[in-house]
Design a protein around this ligand. Structure first.
Ligand code: IMP
Ligand code: MG
Length: 192
C-alpha cells in the first residue's frame, strides 16, 4: 500500500504526538462539562480510538454513519444518515442521536467541502444540544461549499487527495498507519 503513495505527509509518531496536544486541549476545555462525542464513521475510526483514549474525562460516545453521494474523490452536497439503530419514524430519516442539552463534540477525519459536517450540524441542531464543537484530524486549505468552523484541528493540509489512518480511496487504504498523498495516476485510472 505504501508504494501507492506519492509522499507521506504524517507518520504514525507525528499523528500521535499531535493527538496528545489535541486531547490535552479538549480535556482542559471540557473539564467541567459532560461531554458527548459523536464520531462520523468510517473515516474517523482510527482518529476516534486514539484521541479518546487520551482524554481522561467521563464521556458518552455515539457514532454516525453518513453516506454522501459522491465520486471517488469528491463529495456532493447530498448527505444521507445511516444507523444500525435506525428509527424509521423520524420523518423517513434516521433520527439524530439524543443529545438534548448536552455538550457535543463532533469528530471527523477531514474537513473538505464542508458539506458533510454542515449537514450533520443542521441535523443535530434539531434536537437542541447545549453546544456543538467540531474536531477534525485534517483540514484542507480550500474554499468550502458550506462554511464549517472547526474548533480543533490536527493538521492543515493543501488541497490534495490523501489516504491512510482511516481515510480511504474506494474503501481502501484505511488501515495505513500513516497519512499520505495518493499517486495521481491511481486516482485517474481507478482500480485495476
Ligand atoms: P466534505 O463533505 O467534502 O467536507 O468531506 C467529507 C468526507 O469526504 C470526509 O469525511 C472524507 O470521508 C471524504 N474526503 C474528503 N477529502 C478526502 C481525502 O482527501 N481523502 C479521503 N477522503 C476524503
Ligand atoms: Mg471516504
Amino acid at each position: 500500500m505504501q508504494e501507492d503513495l506519492e509522499r507521506v505527509l504524517f507518520n504514525e509518531q507525528t499523528i500521535l504526538a499531535r493527538l496528545d496536544e489535541l486531547a490535552a486541549q479538549i480535556s482542559d476545555d471540557y473539564r467541567r462539562h459532560e461531554l458527548t462525542v459523536i464520531a462520523v464513521l468510517n473515516g474517523s475510526l482510527m482518529f476516534m480510538a486514539d484521541l479518546l483514549r487520551r482524554i481522561p474525562l467521563p464521556l458518552k460516545l455515539d457514532c454516525l454513519s453518513v453516506a454522501s453521494y459522491h465520486g471517488r474523490t469528491e463529495t456532493s452536497g447530498e448527505v444521507i444518515f445511516r444507523s444500525t439503530t435506525a428509527d424509521p419514524s423520524f420523518g423517513g430519516q434516521v433520527a439524530p442521536p439524543d443529545v438534548k442539552g448536552r455538550d457535543v463534540l463532533l469528530l471527523d477525519d477531514i474537513l473538505d467541502s464542508g458539506n458533510t459536517l454542515a449537514a450533520i450540524g443542521d441535523k443535530l441542531q434539531t434536537v437542541q444540544p447545549r453546544s456543538v464543537r467540531v474536531c477534525v484530524l485534517l483540514r484542507k486549505k480550500k474554499p468550502r461549499a458550506r462554511p464549517v468552523n472547526a474548533d480543533y484541528v490536527g493538521f492543515d493540509i493543501e488541497d490534495e487527495f490523501v489516504v491512510g489512518y482511516g481515510l480511504d480511496f474506494d474503501e481502501r487504504y484505511r488501515n495505513l498507519p500513516c497519512i499520505g498523498v495518493l499517486r495521481k495516476e491511481l486516482i485517474a485510472s481507478g482500480w485495476p
